[in-house]
Every structure is written in structure tokens, then in C-alpha cells.
Ligand binder design. Structure first.
Ligand SMILES: CC(C)(COP(=O)(O)OP(=O)(O)OC[C@H]1O[C@@H](n2cnc3c(N)ncnc32)[C@H](O)[C@@H]1OP(=O)(O)O)[C@@H](O)C(=O)NCCC(=O)NCCS
Length: 125
């Protein structure tokens, strides 16, 4: 059964501006693995970060809570499998909340171009 869906779209340039002028933001939003993955693409670096931010926002929308209850952006980790397919690994308070709500699966799709990044999340119970 579908618990919720969420989508988000982000301007890559805005994400770049925020991350460039605020070192702490990088750690607040992204895990080390996410930073390493996005760091690999010199040209697409900020598209990648923007897409991951969109994924985290889309996740909060699918949850129906938005960003609250002490859940942090870096607790929603976006990884990619060996074929490049993205998936979310929840940590900390986010993981606890998913367990409380009995959510069994998280589905994620990501897309990005030069100016914009977009993500779509489906949660199943
Ligand atoms: C996956 C694919 C559909 C992406 O489409 P695109 O228009 O190039 O790029 P988009 O910006 O829309 O999407 C990029 C995102 O697709 C997602 N993606 C990559 N591989 C994926 C897969 N196997 N399944 C689902 N999603 C995938 C990733 O999230 C990626 O962004 P990220 O690297 O920041 O996580 C396309 O590149 C493709 O089919 N690639 C595989 C083809 C290939 O390499 N074949 C090799 C043999 S010819």
C-alpha cells in the first residue's frame, strides 16, 4: 500500500551559491559518501548535490511531515547501486520514524540538467 508520494525541484545555481558560501551546510545536508559521489563529476557536481537535496525534500513530502520531529537532512542518505539507480538509506531519527510508521519500502527517481534538478519519492507501507 502506498503511504505517500513526494516530489521536489531545485535550481542548481542556487544550491551552488549556498554550498559555496557555507562550509557547514555541506556536512549538515550530505553524508561523506554522498559528497564523494557528487565530487566525482566536476561539471555535474552541483547538479548532483541539488538532485540529492531535492530527493531529501521529496522524501519529507512523501512522509507528510515535512522537515520536523528532529529529523535531519543528512539522515536521508542517497546512494546509487552498481547500475547507477539511486536509493535512500535512512539513518537516526528518520529511520526510527519510518519504523514507527511501518514503512517498508522507499522508491526514488532523480533527474538533472544544467539548471534544474528534480526528484520523486514513493513510500510503501
Ligand atoms: C539512467 C538514464 C536513464 C539516466 O537518464 P539521463 O537523461 O541520462 O539523466 P538524468 O539526469 O535524467 O538522470 C540521472 C540520474 O539517473 C539515475 N539513474 C542512473 N542509472 C539509473 C538506473 N539504472 N536506474 C534508475 N535510475 C538511474 C541517477 O539517479 C542519476 O543521477 P545521479 O547520478 O546524480 O544519482 C540513462 O543515462 C541510461 O539509460 N543510462 C544507462 C545507459 C548506459 O550507460 N548503458 C551502457 C551500455 S550502452
Amino acid at each position: 500500500m502506498i503511504f505517500g508520494i513526494g516530489t521536489d525541484i531545485i535550481e542548481v545555481g542556487r544550491m551552488e551559491k549556498h554550498l559555496e558560501k557555507n562550509d557547514a551546510l555541506m556536512k549538515k545536508l550530505y553524508t561523506e559518501t554522498e559528497q564523494k559521489y557528487c565530487g566525482k563529476g566536476k561539471v555535474t557536481r552541483y547538479q548532483c548535490f541539488a538532485a540529492r537535496f531535492a530527493a531529501k525534500e521529496a522524501f519529507f513530502k512523501a512522509l507528510g511531515t515535512g522537515y520536523r520531529f528532529g529529523m535531519a537532512f543528512h539522515e536521508i542518505e542517497v546512494l546509487n547501486d552498481e547500475l547507477g539507480k539511486p536509493y535512500i538509506v535512512p539513518h537516526g531519527k528518520v529511520k526510527e520514524y519510518l519504523e514507527e510508521q511501518k514503512i517498508s519500502s522507499i522508491h526514488l527517481s532523480i533527474s538533472h540538467v544544467k539548471e534544474m534538478a528534480n526528484a520523486f519519492v514513493v513510500l510503501e507501507k
